[in-house]
Unconditional design. Sequence first.
Lengths: 362, 288
Amino acid sequence: MATLEIDRVKKSYGQMDVLKEVNISVGDGDFLVLLGPSGCGKSTLLNMIAGLEDITSGEIRIAGEAVNDRSPKDRDIAMVFQSYALYPTMTVRQNIEFGMKIRGVPAEERARHTKIAADMLQMAHLLDRRPSQLSGGQRQRVAMGRAIVREPKLFLFDEPLSNLDAKLRVDMRTEIKRLHQRLGTTIVYVTHDQIEAMTLATRIAVMKDGIVQHFGPPQEVYDRPANTYVARFVGSPAMNIIPATLHVGADGRAEAAVSLPSGEARIAGIPLSAATLKGYHGQKVLLGIRPEHFSLSTTGLDTHIDVVEPTGPDTLAVFSMGGTEVIARLEPFAAAAGDRLRLAVKEEKVVLFDAATEARLD
Amino acid sequence: MATERQSRALGRLFIYGSLGALAIFYLMPLWVMIVTSLKSLDEIYAGSFIGLPKVVTFEAWAKAWGTACIGTRCEGLRPYFINSISMVIPAVILSSGIGAINGYVLTKWRFKGSNVVFGMLLFGCFLPFQAVLLPMAQVLGWLGLSGSVAGLIMVHTVYGIAFTTLFFRNYFITIPDELTKAAQIDGAGFFRIFFSIMLPAALPIIVVSCIWQFTQIWNDFLFGVSFTAGEGTPITVALNNIVNVTMGRKQYNVDMASAMIAAIPTLVVYVVAGRYFVRGLTAGAVKG
Ligand SMILES: Nc1ncnc2c1ncn2[C@@H]1O[C@H](COP(=O)(O)OP(=O)(O)O)[C@@H](O)[C@H]1O
Ligand SMILES: [Mg+2]
């Protein structure tokens, strides 16, 4: 168990800057998820924490101690890989015991650790098989078992579920969460799947092009995304980003004017500090509205529904607003294509972004 | 329907017919060698080459192995067979071992310029034997290895590295890098990873490399004849010397037996490990 600090860390391969000054700090027992699209540098950062890649500049501290110059085996970490990375010619038992053997753990103790891990992951019956005789989910279990017996300060996971089919992925996700609850070890987990990030994390770092876009608790990332990139990346369907003009309303609070096919509409009572509002009076901004923050109301915006997509628990209604396509999440059968619906917006949930920088306004 | 079945049967017949004919054609020389080696010299000069021997005798084999004269020495092929064995075994092990380490480094421990190194090694595969003869003779002289089996071992090892490296590199590149990373985190070092993880997973390509090298080195004539003489020559050179002796009647039966003795080891290796050879050539690495 340990804290982890990533302090002004950069990484370049020759001329190419893959990570541009990353700052992340998590506490003991935190579950940090590095979330971002493929190629944004997540694995590179994880490998740097593990000691598999050099740190170009900056410092990484585990439990308060700088580990820049320590080899992977001296960092007290364990890692689970996307391809499982099980040693193909060894049995499951040998896979799990390999690291302990190298560290000179006596045979009885190895057996004891292996048994504990095998029981925890329900794979005692698999111990004498080879990786090629296991299913994807079972291999993933073995890879986790191999990590657990290390009793590390820090678990590192690199997209551990992306090779599994959808159903198994959900099961294993729960399994990983259970593991975290049970062991309480700090975890760094890399994924491009925002649902995995939301369900597992206590802290999310959303990354893009080697820069951390937003670092915070999942609910904060969801409710108050740092910029439109994060807003669009987290949540499904994504947050609607709608061009609008900002005004000081009659009550002195922020009020946005948006165009609808039926004319201009106003959304009043948007939370924004007075100082920012003063600066943006009459300016173009972007409204961020989550699909679930629309609801039927007789006094709402006058919308024309183009398309309706029932998902089972709710219906997604697509309409045009501010010149872009907007999605509202409504009750089943609440809308049909061609309807004119009045939709109210939960104004206290609306987020504002600068039209040029696309950064959140507070 | 009937005609379709008929034409299919006809096609079959044609395929098997031509395969059979070609096989017979291909095996003809072997047949001639076997029957000739089992005949007495008188019978050979009296009759045909192709027919079965009237009296089967292993005299020619015994002579080829133990008493035939090569130069002034009348001990048969035996000492040269031993020369070849003591050359081929270390050379195969050394060249395959170095190739394996090279392939491992070139895929799992890449360094600046490792691709250039690999490119240059590849170039070595296309170097003709003739091109290295003179420089190699020079080097052997400097090292004091001229004319010795040790010198031949070195020549074959150096020449073989290009091929074995290519084999192992192309095999190891299909083994996920994450495997090495996992092992590093488990605390394994360079050689531990090589011996505990990479080599066991590389069994098919080890077989390929060994068979390839064994065949190349055992059958080599040019290096043998260039760098050794007299008692130090490998069996291929000795065979040539037996066959080219021109005193008295030409001893076809001994020549044939000698040629077969020289060919047997490569045949045995292929028969024993041939399955793995084909499998290894077509196999990718085992997925973890
Ligand atoms: N060894 C390397 N040499 C050069 N560029 C690399 C190397 N490893 C990764 N990269 C580059 O770094 C970027 C980030 O890669 P990676 O961390 O694997 O992304 P992610 O895991 O987020 O998909 C990619 O653009 C990739 O091409
Ligand atoms: Mg990755």
